[in-house]
Design a protein around this ligand. Structure first.
Ligand SMILES: *Cc1c(COP(=O)(O)O)cnc(C)c1O
Length: 374
């Protein structure tokens, strides 16, 4: 058994090394480093994979969220509803534009934004909802889209953790995560399920007008060469990253299957443990297991972490603090106990190694260490 990793990017690379190496060298030889044919091909291939009309690559997932809000013309003072239990980037992109992030609680089983809480948080200033598909599983999009429709709101999906997940509507129709709302935003950060070898991101939309606006905002607000109608940003995916992503996209479903095999193995190993709650699989979404996250019941997480650390077992806590307790997002509205589920989850959760190269032998070591540490 080799060294254990939270994410084994090197092991994954070795399996596709010759393809990756030649694709990278081909970009170097072409010197088409920016906006080269690789970027266009990636966009086209992702459109097909996701069954979405437009894919607009950009520099990272945080930019994708920011550009999405700029493209929707959201203004300072507008309110955007998102989850209190998420990675900071979601709220950061909102707050940077002087839009007001309005946080709401999540579902204790799926970790995803709670539709009933969204509806309660809507005011006359609300303009958009940003559901985050946490840890690889879709938020309750059918309910969220119905709320958005009723109140005339935009929906921006943060699908940085769930690319490839399938959502099933009650009529049986299926759609990929990120293609249901007005705009989907993703990240190609190396450790994400579809990760490049640096930074990268993309936006998805089925709306032609929005796609044109997104392209413009990501490119200095430029309508034609050196003609700038609006203040935009500079956010590009480079060709080297696109070349890597094109190869990894071909393996994405196989990677998701490997993650699911690992999740099933962990699930079985922890089944019926009185102090462990394994991840709940939502009925209306497949899970692509960006993270495999346990909830500890009546056990001290710090003690377990100490034990795992002493035994060199990688693990992490996503996330130790809900957004409403973060100094940068403090607000008089946000008192302790306001979002009890998020607050409780931040104390209970622990994520175990989850990647495409995990062996049963690796997981046996991890499982035994967790059991001993409780
Ligand atoms: C990773 C991540 C982002 C940000 O992506 P970057 O490419 O790192 O900017 C945004 N939202 C969520 C939920 C993420 O997990």
């Amino acid at each position: 058994m080799g060294k254990l990793h939270m994410v084994d990017l090197h092991g994954q690379y070795l399996k596709i090394k010759s393809e990756i190496d030649s694709a990278i060298m081909a970009v170097v030889e072409s010197t088409a480093f920016i906006n080269g044919p690789e970027v266009k091909s990636l966009a086209t291939e992702l459109q097909t994979y996701l069954n979405v009309k437009h894919v607009i690559p950009c520099a990272n997932g945080t930019d994708a969220l920011q550009i999405a809000m700029m493209a929707l013309n959201l203004q300072p003072g507008d309110e955007v509803i998102t989850a209190s239990f998420t990675y900071v980037a979601t709220a950061e992109a909102i707050a940077l534009l002087k839009i007001s992030p309005v946080l709401v609680d999540v579902n204790p089983d799926t970790f995803n934004i709670d539709p009933a809480s969204i509806e309660k948080a809507i005011t006359s200033k609300t303009k958009a909802i940003v559901p985050v598909h946490m840890f690889g599983q879709c938020a309750d999009m059918e309910k969220i889209m119905a709320i958005a429709h009723k109140h005339n709101l935009f929906v921006i999906e943060d699908t940085a953790q769930a690319i490839g997940a399938d959502y099933t509507f009650s009529d049986g129709r299926k759609a990929k995560a990120g293609t249901i709302g007005h705009i989907g935003c993703t990240s190609f950060f190396p450790s994400k399920n579809l990760g490049c070898y640096g930074d990268g991101g993309a936006m998805f939309t089925n709306d032609d007008t929005l796609a044109a606006k997104i392209r413009k905002m990501a490119n200095h607000g430029q309508s034609e060469m050196y003609i700038h109608d609006e203040i935009g940003v500079n956010s590009r995916l480079d060709s080297l990253q696109a070349a890597v992503l094109r190869i990894k996209l071909k393996h994405l479903d196989e990677y998701a299957a490997a993650r699911n095999r690992a999740a099933d193995y962990y699930d079985k190993a922890f089944a019926n443990h009185p102090n462990i709650k394994t991840p709940v699989r939502a009925a209306n979404s497949t899970h692509v297991f960006h993270q495999y996250t346990l909830k500890l019941i009546d056990k001290n997480r710090d003690a377990l972490r100490e034990h795992l650390k002493a035994n060199n077992i990688p693990h992490n806590v996503y996330y130790p603090l809900p957004l409403h307790f973060q100094k940068a997002y403090q607000d008089a509205r946000y008192t302790a106990g306001l979002f009890p589920v998020s607050e409780e989850l931040c104390k209970q959760v622990i994520s175990l190694p989850m990647h495409t190269e995990l062996t049963n032998e690796d997981m046996d070591v991890i499982v035994n260490a967790v059991r001993k540490g409780l």
